[in-house]
Design a protein around this ligand. Structure first.
Ligand code: HEC
Length: 216
């Protein structure tokens, strides 16, 4: 009788120990699986990429913008191209709005307006028009000026930027360009901005009838 009891106790004890060992094993396995699966954004081009995550939970954020470095609105922080790239390089295919020639005393020396042999062409991208006296965001205007013997020429442009860009320029950005429509540079870099040449462009264009634009 005594032996039987002893044996039963022993078997029960063995069973219990085996069970706890397997329980510890399962718990360890679970900790390993759950502990390693840190959720987050696993896409390295996303702005919130987390290198410590290994399970994507669909929270990746992407900065949309223009990815073409030669574009006037190239966005170096963007990771997805949203088709918004703008460029002056196609200006010869735009709509020619006006051609002016000769001396214009209002111009003084600006736009080679003091030369009797000058010709000044103004092009609008896709013929953009103003609405209620304001040009829409994204309007691009290009001006080509040259003298009859081509000894002097000038290429300039303006682009309507987003609201809040600059009060001084009615949200226009001014550009000094090369013949191929790329942006000209001087020692300070590309010649572009709301107040280039200390506001020289704004100072005269502010007297234009429609939203700083003379030609349309
Ligand atoms: C002294 C006045 C004056 C200054 C300074 C001036 N512009 Fe103009 N701009 C004009 C006039 C006037 C026109 C209209 C076309 C013409 O008469 O040749 C014009 C036309 C333009 C156009 C075509 C759109 C429009 O308004 O008709 C662009 C683009 C342009 N200018 C860019 C510039 C840039 C960039 C600067 C500065 C670097 C500048 N302008 C400085 C007077 C000026």
């Amino acid at each position: 009788m005594e032996t039987i009891l002893k044996e039963t106790t022993y078997i029960t004890f063995m069973n219990l120990s085996l069970r706890s060992i397997s329980l510890i094993g399962i718990s360890l396995a679970l900790v390993t699986i759950v502990g390693c699966a840190k959720e987050g954004c696993t896409d390295s081009i996303a702005s919130n990429y987390d290198k410590d995550t290994n399970k994507d939970n669909g929270t990746c954020n992407y900065i949309q913008g223009c990815l073409e470095p030669t574009s006037i609105n190239f966005d170096s922080s963007a990771t997805i191209d949203d088709g918004s790239c703008m460029t002056f390089t196609t200006w010869e295919d735009w709509i020619l709005e006006i051609t002016k020639t000769g001396i214009d005393t209002n111009l003084g020396v600006a736009h080679i307006g003091g030369d009797s042999t000058s010709t000044r062409d103004v092009y609008f991208f896709e013929g953009q028009d103003p609405t209620d006296g304001k040009y829409p965001e994204g309007t691009m205007i290009f001006k080509h000026i040259r003298t009859i013997d081509s000894t002097n020429s000038e290429y300039v442009g303006m682009v309507k930027k987003e609201k809040g860009y600059s009060n001084a320029s009615n949200n226009w950005e001014w550009f000094v360009l090369n013949a191929d429509g790329t942006i000209k540079s001087d020692v300070e870099g590309p010649i572009r901005g709301a107040t280039i040449y200390d506001g020289y462009c704004n100072g005269c264009h502010v007297s234009a009838a429609t939203d700083m634009v003379f030609s349309k």
